[in-house]
Write a protein that binds this ligand. Structure first.
Ligand SMILES: [Mn+2]
Length: 434
């Protein structure tokens, strides 16, 4: 009497994956988030899934209602025809769309929207007339919810039947306007597991007490913080009241990733080409293995690091790499960006002595690398972040694409990149080798 559960969320039907290889046209059907939904439906039908749980933000926005409703309806009917039940909660993006969808479906579709209007609701799943799982769900009643919905969780006992909680919200960010959740409060509840939505990065918290799972978006959509790495729904079994730990089913048709390539020891042009090509091919193979058969497109950002005498010619040397399209016919590759943090072959610490511009820059880079939490370094990151925000919100730059958003991660990268560049230039002005 086991029950197979598949869980996913944050599909954002209506969006399209971007920054992918040129061989895949940007208007290709393949890249639309809705295809992630179709893949999940097919997987559920072909793999004896009994219950599909959706953790909110299925549709991107209210104005995507018509784009989302057709495929969702078709998919839910197909699932119902194969005896797959579907439960969902709404998130901040589809607080309005999902209730309309549930009303439009009526009794067909074997679909239940749980916790309408922000009121917890329990649905009991039975197999052969016997209860095997209680699912407690809460749906976003509006675009913004400023308090933790788990505060009103009724925590009804399962009486020997497994219990799962489903809610869309922001974990451990108490200032969030999207249902701030607390890991401590979640794990203190008498449930076997929590299934969450909102964060696109897949993440499983396993500790004493119930597991807490963000399944993440099933299809990666861009180079955003949560989109890198493997994406797909998660699966687990429930047997005799026991809930297995969820495991991810890699499914996304596209993948975004960064790789770091250390160029220390690379001294000539041929060595540079061999090293880069070797590293990119290794990454391709590793990623193809991890990502499952559905992977069609890979977009990579390279970060070049280390010390090499080629440091001042890297831009020219790596230019042709931007035309790279992959080493197999089954996986199209795009090199999206090449970032360099490469120094000439110098000893940073000895260069940092004194008060010349070069010494000051060298001391700063040394501090950034070795003591990133020092007040002076933190101040530098903060002022770069402020300046980046200023530029990003300036009217003059509104039309410019790819102005990086000033998250701490980007400002740190930018500081390191620029210090490397400045030091490289100053060393060169001094006549090459220091
Ligand atoms: Mn959300």
């Amino acid at each position: 009497m086991s029950l197979r559960v598949l869980v996913t969320g944050d599909l954002h039907i209506g969006r399209t994956s971007t920054r992918l290889p040129k061989s895949i046209p940007t208007d290709s059907e393949t890249l639309r988030a809705v295809n992630g939904w179709h893949s999940i439906v097919e997987y559920a039908v072909n793999n004896d899934v009994d219950l599909l749980i959706l953790t909110g933000d299925l549709a991107d926005e209210d104005n995507k209602f018509w784009e989302a409703i057709g495929p969702l309806q078709t998919g839910l009917r197909r699932l119902a025809n194969h005896d797959v039940r579907t439960l969902a909660v709404s998130g901040n993006h589809d607080h309005d769309v999902l209730p309309r969808l549930a009303d439009a479906l009526g009794d067909e579709g074997n679909f239940t929207l749980l916790g309408r209007g922000g009121r917890w609701q329990r649905k009991t799943i039975t197999v052969d007339g016997r209860p095997v799982l209680h699912v407690d769900g809460w749906s976003f009643p509006a675009k913004v919810v400023e308090n933790d919905p788990v505060l009103s969780y009724p925590a009804a006992p399962g009486h020997g039947v497994a219990v799962l909680g489903v809610v869309h919200g922001d974990l451990d960010d108490s200032a969030s306007r999207y249902a701030p959740l607390s890991l401590a409060r979640l794990t203190a509840q008498p449930v076997d597991g929590w299934l969450l939505g909102h964060i696109h990065k897949p993440q499983l918290y396993q500790q004493a007490g119930p597991f807490v799972l963000y399944p993440g978006s099933p299809q990666a959509l861009d180079f955003g913080v949560g989109e890198r790495g493997v994406h797909g729904p998660w699966q687990f079994e429930i047997d005799a009241g026991r809930v297995e730990a969820p495991r991810q089913v890699p499914m996304s048709c596209c993948r975004y990733d960064d790789i770091e390539i250390d160029l220390t020891g690379v001294t000539d042009d041929a060595g540079f080409e061999t090293t880069l090509l070797g590293e990119v091919r290794d990454a391709e193979q590793r990623i193809a293995l991890e990502s499952g058969d559905g992977l069609l497109a890979l977009s990579l950002r390279l970060r070049l690091t280390g010390r090499t005498p080629l440091f001042d010619r890297l831009a020219a040397l790596s230019e042709s790499l931007l035309d790279y399209t992959g080493s197999t016919s089954s996986l199209a590759v795009r090199i999206d960006q090449i970032q360099t943090e490469v120094l000439p072959e110098i000893d940073l610490e000895s260069l940092a002595r004194g008060s010349t511009p070069l010494a000051v820059a060298a001391a700063l880079l040394h501090a950034v690398q070795t003591t990133p939490d020092a007040p002076q370094v933190q101040e530098l990151f903060a002022s770069v972040t402020d300046r980046m925000n200023e530029v990003a919100s300036d009217r003059e730059y509104m039309a410019v694409k790819d102005v990086p958003s000033a998250v701490e991660h980007t400002s740190r990268l930018l500081v390191r990149e620029q210090l490397n560049f400045i030091i490289g230039q100053l060393v060169q002005q001094q006549g090459g080798e220091p």
